[in-house]
Design a protein around this ligand. Structure first.
Ligand code: ZN
Ligand code: ZN
Length: 176
């Protein structure tokens, strides 16, 4: 998402502009995700503060049943963008010494795409679930238990394990 901010860079500090956004952005390298929402830009003394309230969906694999599903993501973030070129004189500007800071290019274009991509990647859960009560796969035959029961016999808990877990419990209680 690219916004030309040359007018806003000439405006007084604190001036705001709002943008509605609806754009396909490639987040995890497969096709792209429709990103929608609002972006508010505010002129600061150093550049432009972008405040985004966006939402999108990415296709991810469920960590339990391995099925592909659309995972909704909410992206609320705020970043300051620094101009690389003075909007009036056209002179190159020194950048602040903050590593990885976002910049406005020499054509005064503020590009939110990279920030959106980064925040979206952070928002994807480490262990995505297609639904909170996903039943997962049968450990014996691999059947997707969300589609019903498989033909495996119900597994009795191995009595040796329950003895062990009793021991472990006793040990834990003993140390507390
Ligand atoms: Zn699942
Ligand atoms: Zn099974």
């Amino acid at each position: 998402m690219q916004i030309n901010v040359s007018q806003q860079l000439k405006a007084s500090i604190g001036s705001m502009r709002n943008y509605k956004m609806s754009e396909i952005i490639d987040i995890i390298g497969e096709g792209g995700s429709l990103v929608q929402g609002e972006v508010r830009l505010m002129r600061t003394h150093r550049g432009i503060l972008a405040k985004a309230n966006l939402h999108t969906e990415v296709k991810v694999t469920c960590s339990r049943c391995l099925g592909l599903f659309s995972c909704p993501l909410v992206l609320n973030f705020e970043d300051e963008y620094f101009p690389t070129t003075d909007v009036v004189s056209g002179v190159s500007l020194p950048l602040p010494e903050e590593p990885g800071c976002f910049t406005i290019d020499e054509h005064h274009t503020l590009d939110l795409t990279e920030a959106i991509r980064q925040y979206a990647l952070l928002a994807i859960p480490m262990k995505p679930l297609c639904r909170q009560d996903c039943a997962g796969l049968c450990p014996h035959c691999g059947y997707n238990l969300n589609q019903g029961a498989c033909d495996c016999l119900p597994q009795e808990a191995d009595p040796r394990w329950s003895e062990l877990s009793k021991l472990a419990l006793a040990e834990r209680e003993g140390t507390e």
